[in-house]
Design a protein around this ligand. Structure first.
Ligand code: ZN
Ligand code: ZN
Length: 280
């Protein structure tokens, strides 16, 4: 979704008491974490024309934990955990964000703390995807080089939104992606550049031993109907680049016979095992 100015006060959470994290699994597992919910009172901005006018939509804001024998990866980081402490959520003209479970508490259910997460990768730098960046400064950040250049400019870093969400990632070990990057070096988890929503947007392909290939879309699509109807939100940086990226994405999905998970589509999110259950 479009970037919003976040008025959160960030309470820096102390590190959890050092428990023994559960040993890495022998095979890959994928967990869908709850990173918040968004409702829009008017869907009109989700298309260039008026075809969605006067409809409302409720959207999921997930984060995904991929447990791999070589390490743990979070793909997208949800809204900031501090949103849970705001009983009425965060409201503005036409939108309402709220969050029921902190990412940090969900990780705790698996006996993990942010310091146990080896990699964090983000589809792009909007607040609903990098909201908890500050928790993961000891992780290795995997990000498209253009997204990184934009997010970590001196000007952006100085904004309250950056300070309250991701600024601590500035000094994290960082892998800058150009076209694609194979995170564990075995082809099981690969990110692909898909510019358009932002200049450095990426999607993630994960191969699960039993469930097969899954493609996590970031904001390449905002909802399932938008994929069928090929609608492009008005707030995308570049509509033409979005269409080109979608064509490449659909070819990849076809070739990989992948299940496409549109992250903000609430039905797609609810069709995944409820945390702490997982796909393998
Ligand atoms: Zn989004
Ligand atoms: Zn976005």
């Amino acid at each position: 979704m479009r970037p919003v100015l976040l008025a959160f006060i960030f309470f820096s959470a102390g590190l959890l008491p050092a428990g023994e994290p559960k040993a890495a699994p022998a095979k890959i597992q994928l967990y869908a974490l709850d990173g918040g919910t968004l409702s829009l009172s008017d869907m009109k901005p989700l298309a260039q024309d008026d075809s969605y006018a006067d409809r409302t939509i409720k959207m999921a804001i997930p984060a995904f934990l991929i447990r791999h024998p070589k390490g743990d990866l979070l793909w997208d980081l949800g809204m900031p955990d501090t949103l849970v402490d705001q009983p009425d959520g965060f409201k503005g003209p036409g939108y309402h964000y709220w969050m029921e479970h902190k990412i940090e508490d969900q990780l705790k259910l698996l006996e993990l703390s942010p310091a146990d997460i080896e990699y964090v990768a983000v589809s792009h730098g909007h607040s609903d995807h990098i909201g908890n960046g500050n928790l993961f400064k000891t992780s290795t950040l995997v990000i498209h080089h253009k997204e990184h250049a934009d997010l970590f400019s001196a000007e952006k870093l100085a904004t309250p939104e950056a300070q309250n969400t991701y600024a601590a990632l500035k000094d994290a070990e960082t892998i800058l992606v150009k076209e694609q990057y194979d995170i564990f070096g075995d082809g099981s988890v690969v990110v692909y550049a898909t510019p358009g929503h932002t200049d450095g947007h990426m999607v993630l392909l994960v191969h699960l031993p039993k469930s097969g290939n899954l493609l996590l879309t970031g904001d390449l699509y905002t909802h399932a109907e938008g994929r069928t109807r090929k609608t492009i939100p008005v707030f995308n940086r570049n509509a033409e680049a979005t269409a080109t990226s979608r064509a490449r994405f659909e070819a990849l999905a076809e070739k990989a016979q992948a299940r496409v998970v549109i992250q903000h589509d609430i039905k797609h999110f609810e069709a995944l095992p409820g945390f702490p259950n997982f796909l393998d």
